[in-house]
Ligand binder design. Structure first.
Ligand code: NAD
Ligand code: IPM
Ligand code: MN
Length: 363
């Protein structure tokens, strides 16, 4: 079975980390007799400056025909903030209705966390970030721009449908995990309309999952729990904006943004996988950034992508390939061969990719 994969390496360090992720993906798929047919899209800063468009309708249409999308990173100082981020990344998330943004926070053995006295047994949770609503919809506007009477409004939008499908997916995930706990992270003490809706939906849907323990944290307090008692967290569900912020904190807690992976999932459609980090322009082309975030995003992709043509044996192969990538990352890190996940590891981006690919091939 060959899956159809679209790649968007993007800007800055995006192409470098995408290359290593694809190296590891190929190594894992080869082990289970699967493969991908890759089509690369040269979107990002250069494409935008050349065409005046972040992505065309025709490319969007083409992307519908793929089993999955892999994205490196977008954003560049030569382009005004928001144009590529909203025009390309958010456009794809919205256009393909990728309503789940799944972001694991897992401390691997051999990785240093900035949290004192915490180890891998304490830091292993997943954040389910709603991915199509909240402050991200672009609802709002500016009045009397540039005058003393200027008014700027940016509206958070929450729908019952959007909230419920995300919360339900999170309960299903929580139920499948050993911890069987789902924490709602919100600001219901201030956002008394939007997050009241979240609380009601959480209780309603939660009553269908009697075996899943329900917790709730205000987002500010959640930041403390993430640092002081991350072992209390197993599965977390939250809105788009808070999910964005707490997952960068989560990235730090698990050893750095160089290892934080992310999946923009439409369980019924085309999903897109990417590292949590951005294009880190100062480090582009220097072969110093860590590709583990992209490699683990590729593992997540193999686990979650689907194709109408696949058999149950293919699906089992995918799951095995995802395990192989994750186990290889765990093994190499556990051996202390990548002691530092930052740009100062002394290892090349390609060297780290090679280590993981070799481990995958040799397991
Ligand atoms: P960034 O994540 O690109 O980089 C912040 C810092 O994190 C870097 O300076 C570097 O020290 C570290 N870092 C990032 N990736 C790393 C890696 N793989 N290994 C080791 N260290 C790594 O965030 P930023 O500087 O705020 O944003 C740069 C651009 O990226 C902006 O245009 C922003 O909008 C965009 N962005 C894109 C995405 C995305 O494509 N998904 C995500 C976040 C930011
Ligand atoms: C992320 C990024 C994006 C977001 C930006 C670049 C639009 O920060 O993937 O976390 O806010 O979702
Ligand atoms: Mn972010």
């Amino acid at each position: 079975m060959t899956y159809k994969l679209a790649t968007i390496p993007g800007d800055g360090i995006g192409p470098e980390v995408t290359r290593e992720a694809m190296k590891c993906l190929d190594a894992a798929l080869a082990r289970v007799d699967l493969s991908v047919d890759r089509h690369e899209y040269g979107l990002g800063k250069d494409h935008y400056l050349r065409t005046g468009e972040a992505i065309s309708e025709s490319i969007l249409d083409e992307l519908r025909g793929f089993d999955s999308i892999f994205l490196g990173a977008v954003g560049h100082p030569d382009v005004k903030p928001g144009i590529l981020e909203k025009g390309l990344l958010l456009r794809l998330r919205f256009e393909f209705d990728q309503y789940i943004n799944l972001r694991p926070v897992k401390l691997y053995p051999g990785v240093a966390t900035p949290l004192a006295r915490k180890g891998p047994e304490d830091i292993d949770f997943v954040v389910v970030r709603e991915n199509t609503e909240c402050l991200y919809t672009g609802v709002g506007g500016i009045l009397k721009q540039g005058t003393a009477d200027e008014v700027a409004q940016q509206t958070a939008v929450y729908t019952r449908k959007g909230t419920e499908r995300c919360v339900r997916w999170a309960f299903d995930l929580a139920q499948s995990r050993q911890g069987k706990r789902l924490a709602l992270v919100d600001k219901a003490n201030v956002l008394t309309y939007g997050h009241d809706l979240w609380r009601r939906v959480f209780e309603e849907v939660g009553s269908e999952y009697p075996d899943v323990q329900r917790d709730a944290y205000y987002v500010d307090a959640c930041c403390m729990v993430m640092v002081e008692a991350p072992e209390k967290l197993d599965t977390v569900v939250t809105c788009n904006m808070f999910g964005d912020i707490i997952t960068d904190l989560g990235a730090s807690v698990q050893g750095g943004i160089g290892i934080a992976a992310s999946g923009n999932i439409n369980p019924e459609g085309v999903s897109m996988f990417e590292p949590v980090h951005g294009s880190a322009p100062p480090f582009a082309g220097k072969n110093v950034v860590n590709p583990l975030a992209a490699i683990l995003a590729a593992a997540m992709m193999v686990r979650y992508m689907t194709s109408s043509d696949e058999s149950s044996a293919d699906a089992q192969g995918r799951s095995r390939a995802a395990d192989l990538i994750e186990e290889s990352v765990e093994t190499v890190l556990g051996q202390g061969r990548i002691p530092d996940l930052s740009v100062n590891s002394g290892l090349g981006t390609d060297e780290i990719g090679d280590m993981i690919a070799e481990e995958i091939a040799g397991r």
